[in-house]
Design a protein around this ligand. Structure first.
Ligand code: GFB
Length: 312
């Protein structure tokens, strides 16, 4: 239903410890709802029995599925079975349990990597399944496409109010800064920080630096999720973009300026570029009445501040 009221409701954030989940917990504090989270280590979302037992005990009225096995390009290339299996199980278990326990609203979160490698840019929602996926993350993409289809199927067969949102590349507080498994923005923040502190003359950037990426500050996504929970009830997934697009080289130069790294950038062409571009067409969400607030520079400054608090 549209115009869904969160006030007085029990809203479960599945995956509350991750970067997206913690941003959702922050954002829901300004709603008059009860935010439900599973205790640390209490709930393995890949275990259907455990999910059902937790849902029956905690009785959520609504759920935002922010839980996922996520990672950057090298993590996706190295762990294909983990990326497809874990994400399929999380989506299947939480969506099935939401149906069986008659939850009023379900929001499933995917990723812009669901679109074909050479989709028209910017990518509209209608581009889904119109061409081959990007090989470096097709495992994750297939699992997220399955989640979209699960929501559509339960909506059509049972009338459940299940919706999906596809955010662009996210960054912000609580990000993963491990240099092997993280996404590019946190990786470059940490690399430049370490290099500046150590006085290193260069920082290595993976790939050619030519791919283009769109980035969204995670608190903007959290705000978009609350907006969609309240205002959207439709069969089709909704892109959540920021229109803040930059080349990897441009991103590295922007981060160097913010961090104060004055050395040289070295490009490691043995590492994959991945998809050349994945800019979302955000017009559907804009027509509903939502747009992102943070510029890339403001968001990176906030993300760097958050990173620095983890270094103290
Ligand atoms: O952010 P990233 O790992 O994932 O890589 P994708 C984006 C681009 O940044 C690639 C380059 O061209 C990388 O080669 N890059 C340069 C780096 N230096 C680095 C570095 O130090 N670390 C990393 N990680 N990249 C992901 C998907 O694709 O997008 C996920 O694999 C998810 O499944 C996510 O969908 C949103 O943007 O290429």
């Amino acid at each position: 239903m549209t115009n869904y009221k969160l006030e007085g409701k029990r809203v479960w954030v599945a995956g509350h410890r991750g970067m997206v989940g913690s941003a959702l917990v922050r954002r829901l504090q300004s709603e008059k709802c009860t935010t439900l989270v599973a205790g640390s280590g209490e709930l393995d979302l890949r275990d259907a029995t455990a999910v059902n037992r937790w849902v029956q005990a905690n009785r959520p009225d609504a759920v935002i599925i922010a839980a996922a096995k996520v990672g950057g390009i090298m993590a996706n290339v190295s762990l294909p079975a983990d990326f497809i299996y874990d994400n399929l199980m999380i989506a299947s278990n939480v969506i099935k349990s939401a149906h069986e326990n008659k939850m009023e609203k379900v929001l499933f979160l995917g990723s812009s990597c669901i679109y074909p490698k050479f989709a028209p840019q910017p990518m509209p929602e209608s581009a889904l399944l119109t061409g081959p996926l990007e090989p470096t993350n097709e495992w994750y993409a297939v699992a997220k496409i399955a989640g979209i289809k699960l929501c559509q199927a339960f909506r059509r067969q049972h009338g459940d109010d299940m919706i999906s949102a596809m955010p662009t590349n996210l960054y912000g507080p609580g990000d993963n800064f491990d240099l092997q498994t993280s996404h590019v923005l946190p990786a470059l923040l940490r690399k430049m920080h370490i290099a500046r502190e150590a006085g290193d003359p260069t920082v290595t950037i993976w790939g050619s630096g030519t791919p283009l990426r769109e980035f969204m500050y995670v608190d903007d996504l959290a705000d978009a999720c609350v907006f969609l929970m309240k205002e959207y009830s439709g069969d089709e997934h909704v892109n959540v973009g920021s229109s803040q697009e930059v080349s990897i080289r441009g991103l590295a130069e922007l981060i160097a300026g913010i961090v104060g790294f004055k050395g040289d950038l070295v490009f490691d062409h043995t590492k994959p570029d991945g998809t050349p571009r994945k800019l979302l067409d955000g017009s559907k969400l804009a027509e509903l009445g939502w747009t992102a607030k943070h510029s890339l520079e403001d968001g990176i400054r906030k993300a760097y501040d958050a990173f620095l608090t983890t270094q103290r």
